[in-house]
Structure formats: C-alpha cells, structure tokens
Design a protein around this ligand. Structure first.
Ligand code: ACO
Length: 308
C-alpha cells in the first residue's frame, strides 16, 4: 500500500550521561558497557518533559514535510512512559502543536511501539479516516530506570522521533508482520510507576531469533531477498544483538544503521530517531528498500519492509 514518509524529525536532550559518569554511580566500567552493548553514552531529559521532546521532534518532522499542523488528521504516539496517567500524551502534544483537526491517542508496545504505530497509521489511512498521520515514538526512560541497578541502568536513554506519513507520494509499505507473546511478559516489564525488570540473557537470545524470523517472513511475502535491501534500521537495543541478527540474515553490518553508541536504547523512539538521523546523513534516500525490525516488552516484535 502507498505510504510515504513525507517528513522526519528527531530530538534528543542535550544532557549527556557517559559510561564514565556511570562508573561513578554503580559498579561498572566503560569497557564492560562498550563490549557488551556498544553503548558509550545516552541522553537524559533533566529539564524536558516527554511532551517537550515529542513537540520538538514533531515540529522538525512537520517542517521537513512542509506540512502545517492543521493538515494533520491523526496523531499516534508510541510510548511506555506517558506524561500523565490520562489523557493520552498524544492529546497533550496535539494542543502544543495546534493540530486542531486531528484525533490523537497513545499506543503501548514498548520497543516495538513505532512499528506497531506505523501499522495503526496505515490502517487509519487505508480506512479513509485520515489522509495524513503524525506518528511519534518518544520515551523518558530515565524516570523508569533504577539508577542503582547496573544490569539495566547502563542500557537506556531518553529521546523522541517523529514522522509524517500519508498516502500521497511514491513510498510504499511492501510488507509487514507484527507479533506478540504475552506468555513471556515477565522477561521484561515494569510495575505501574515501578522500575524496569529484565532477564537480559534470555531476552538477548529471543530478540535475535524472533527478529530474524519476522525479517525473513516479510522479505518472503514481498518476494524479495536480502540482496534487495539498501538499509536495515533496527531497534537499537544492543550492538551485539544487531550483529547477531545481521549475521543470521546474511547482511553485512555496513547496511545496518546504528547510533546506539550515542543514545543507548530509547525504546519506541529508537527507530524513528535512527530513521531521521540516517536521512539527515544521506544514508537513507528516497526509493531505498528499508527493513525495520524491533522487539520489546510484551513480548512484542515485528518487521516492516518499506520503499522509502
Ligand atoms: N557492569 C559490570 N558488570 C555487569 C553489569 C554492568 N553494568 N551488568 C551485569 N554485570 C555482570 C553480571 O552481574 C554478571 O556477573 P556474574 O557473571 O558475576 O554473575 C556478568 O556481568 C554477566 O552478566 P550477563 O547478564 O550474563 O551479561 P550479558 O553478556 O548477557 O550482557 C546485557 C547483559 C547487556 C543486558 C545483555 O544480556 C543484553 O543486552 N540483553 C538484551 C537486553 C535488552 O536489550 N533489553 C532492552 C529491552 S528489549 C530489547 O530492546 C530487545
């Protein structure tokens, strides 16, 4: 189906927390974090709210798309760290942006939130209830991290990514597949207002296996092979997960976009941040065949193959 990414934008807070800063907070080392995860630093929203970050990323996406706020028909916002219990963060964003004609709501699918959101945006557009959707992935994970738990606090960061999608233009969703398995929820979860709990080793193996399966399936459904892919934009969870996935798929790491060294794991924000940054750098170009994949709490996972 025709879905064009008309504009992309991202925002990360200016406050940088390096591995060396973490060495002073918990029993860890830059060497351990770098070799086990690929992360060197992450951004922390000390002064910005979730809505501030979402607004900045969205304004950049609207500007890139050359679209006015009142041309947005729906706002879909993916997050596991909403600003309030209710209403939805998407509604708070709507009023900030002045998207007065939009309907707005949040979705919760953890690190897969952006890909699930794209699936929802596509549904809204194909049903005819909206022509143009603002899709945002935004997280303030620093508020959900136990800064005394070295097994999780080194992994996560804050940030926002946003895209404007519509049915006008040359872009396409070639195929997509979303999956969930609630049986495995205890591998990665947080209680209401609680900290992130994670069984890292189990998650690592499941992440590689599950993402490989859905990537192979979307390629097969589209009648394409890995040789047709110009760029892979995966959820930025751990560089070793990305390397293992690339090896299983038979794709060289030069085709896998990663900015995890700068931002860590930003959950639902990670793919739209990576997309927007890759686009700015000229790594993501119009007409490219791009494979996106993610896995996160739920467990949820999925893959989406697009012509950008
Ligand atoms: N610094 C130093 N040592 C540490 C740290 C740390 N920050 N954290 C754990 N360790 C120790 C452990 O205590 C353990 O010590 P022990 O052997 O004495 O018991 C040792 O390091 C090895 O721990 P493991 O958990 O086995 O290390 P592993 O190589 O699996 O790496 C990691 C841990 C990085 C969490 C990895 O399992 C991982 O990335 N898993 C996926 C997690 C993830 O990505 N979660 C995000 C959400 S889901 C998603 O996005 C896919």
């Amino acid at each position: 189906m025709g879905i064009t990414f008309e504009g992309l934008g991202f925002y990360v807070p200016s406050d940088v927390l390096t591995n060396f800063d973490l060495e002073r907070m918990v029993d860890t080392s830059d060497e351990w974090i770098t070799t086990r995860t690929g992360i060197k630093e992450r951004r922390i929203a000390r002064t910005e709210s979730l809505i501030d970050m979402a607004e900045k990323a969205s304004r950049r996406a609207l500007e890139d798309a050359k679209v006015e706020p009142d041309q947005i028909d729906a706002i879909v916002l993916a997050t596991i760290t909403p600003h309030l219990g209710f209403p939805a963060s998407a509604c708070l964003l709507q009023t900030r942006l002045g998207c007065k004609d939009a309907f707005a709501f949040d979705i919760s699918a953890a690190c897969s939130g952006f890909l699930y959101g794209l699936e929802v945006a596509r549904g809204i557009i194909s049903s005819g209830s909206a022509k143009r959707v603002l899709l945002v992935g935004v997280e303030k994970l620093s508020e959900m991290v136990n800064w005394q738990d070295r097994s999780t606090c080194v992994l996560f960061g804050d940030g926002a990514g946003a895209v404007v999608v519509s049915s006008e233009g040359e872009g396409e969703i070639l195929s997509s597949l979303m999956r969930s398995d609630g049986e495995t929820w205890e591998i990665l979860y947080a209680e209401r207002c609680g900290y992130i709990n994670m069984k890292g080793r189990e998650l690592f193996k499941l992440a590689v296996r599950s993402m490989e399966e859905v990537c192979q399936e979307v390629l097969s459904r589209a009648g394409l092979t890995v040789n047709d892919i110009d760029l892979v934009i995966p959820h930025q969870a751990n560089i070793r997960i990305l390397e293992a996935l690339a090896e299983k798929l038979g794709i060289g790491m030069e085709k896998v976009y990663s900015n995890i060294h700068k931002y860590g794991n930003t959950s639902a924000a990670s793919i739209p941040i990576a997309m927007a940054e890759a686009y700015q750098e000229g790594r993501l170009r119009r007409g490219n065949v791009v494979l996106m994949t993610a896995m996160g709490g739920g467990l949820t996972w999925g893959a989406t193959l697009i012509k950008f």
